[in-house]
Design a protein around this ligand. Structure first.
Ligand code: SF4
Ligand code: SF4
Length: 378
């Protein structure tokens, strides 16, 4: 059994969040159960891109402030970091509001640029990972994910948050090496087992719905989730937004991995009643629930994959919003590029060549101007 604690939080006012974080950690056993006073702790927020906290793209600074305060008051050595898909981490930390909180608490921002390759025999999809060296130099990682929709993985929560431990552009290479959604999410579960966060505090006070993980809309859910089991916490988060956890590929493969809980029956929810938080109209990035996408992605025949690809949502640019900044072109992992400015220079938005597109949605994920949407059946 794994415990997941749910605590109602009215808003991001610091005193509310601090009380909730203290309560949530106590509900799953208390901070001493997860962190020793001699530990070097690494806090891992979601630093997807440089956006203000109100946009709900990044973990809210009040959540960081609360856990940072609890740890530093116990004289525990704490650092924080992440490796975003694009942009510099200090700029993202500043814009999110976390940088100033960390400065005040004496929590150092560590670089994720230096890499090391770690072998991981137990991996089902991946037997080795190149991760930020600093991770293994710490004794414990506390993951601080934000609950958001995600075009590729349906939802991003605890399991997906650890993908930031893979430095910068190396993340894009995973999309190339493992374009298949099912196998890609198996890899994320392997990575999560390797990183093994000691504690997870998920920020869903205001989550993100719709065209996430960057271009969606903030959605108030008024809840913080706590657990030491990434699979269990993601499963409960899925239920809160009325998605069957088995339709979320990271959770489905998490159940199968044996790393955490194997089914929802093994989850004990403590704290506030989940019914208080469940919403039935949480807007997803795809028209259809991802069960179909996942099922289709598992087909192994050439014809099956071809048919699947026809119906799979494709990214499209909304020309009236696009400012031709080129971020989407920069992050596209395929060579030759599946979208570029070749035809008209930068006089008009980049154009897609869908025959080359692997539908990783990195362009949609990182467009800073909400100019890319998904179009398709599933
Ligand atoms: S990232 Fe967005 S705004 Fe920039 S060129 Fe691409 S679609 Fe246009
Ligand atoms: S065009 Fe977009 S979805 Fe297609 S491969 Fe490039 S980044 Fe991925």
């Amino acid at each position: 059994m794994s415990k997941v604690a749910l605590v109602y939080v009215e808003n991001y006012e610091y005193s509310n969040v601090l009380n909730a974080v203290k309560k949530g950690i106590d509900l799953i056993g208390g901070i001493d159960k997860f962190i020793k006073t001699s530990d070097k702790v690494l806090l891992k927020p979601n630093f997807l891109a440089a956006e203000v906290a109100e946009k709900s793209v990044t973990t809210h600074p009040s959540v960081f402030n609360a856990i940072g305060t609890i740890l530093t008051e116990k004289n525990i050595s704490v650092s924080y970091g992440d490796s975003p898909g694009i942009g510099k981490v200090d700029g993202i930390a500043k814009k999110s509001g976390i940088y100033s909180v960390a400065e005040r608490l004496g929590i150092k921002l560590v670089s994720f640029d230096e890499k090391e390759t770690v072998f991981f025999e137990r991996g089902k999809q991946n037997k080795s990972f190149t991760i930020a060296k600093t991770i293994k130099e710490h004794d414990a990682l506390i993951s601080l994910p934000k609950l958001k929709t995600h075009a590729l993985t349906t939802l991003t929560g605890a399991i997906k948050n650890q993908f930031g431990c893979v430095p910068g552009s190396l993340k894009a290479q995973f999309h190339l090496k493992i374009p298949d959604l099912n196998n890609f999410t198996k890899m994320l579960v392997d990575l999560n087992e390797l990183i093994n966060p000691k504690l997870i505090i998920m920020d869903a006070i205001v989550a993100m719905e719709g065209n996430g993980p960057r271009s969606g809309s903030p959605r108030k859910l008024n809840v913080l989730l706590f657990s030491s089991d990434a699979i269990a916490i993601d499963a409960v988060a899925s239920r809160i937004v009325s998605v069957n956890p088995k339709d979320v590929p990271t959770v489905k493969n998490g159940f199968l991995s044996g790393f955490g809980v194997k089914s929802e029956d093994e989850i004990e929810i403590v704290g506030d009643n989940i019914e208080k938080f469940i919403v039935h109209d949480f807007e997803m990035p795809h028209k259809k629930r991802s069960a179909l996408r996942l099922l289709a992605s598992m087909t192994n025949t050439k014809l099956g994959k071809k048919i699947f690809n026809i119906f799979l949502s494709k990214p499209v640019i909304i020309e009236s919003i696009c400012i031709k900044c080129g971020v989407c072109v920069e992050v596209c992992p395929v060579t030759p590029l599946a979208l570029n400015f070749e035809k008209n220079g930068k006089t008009s938005p980049p154009e897609y060549d869908y025959s080359k597109c692997i539908k990783c949605y990195c362009c949609q994920e990182l467009c800073p101007h909400r100019a890319i949407k998904l179009k398709g059946i599933f």
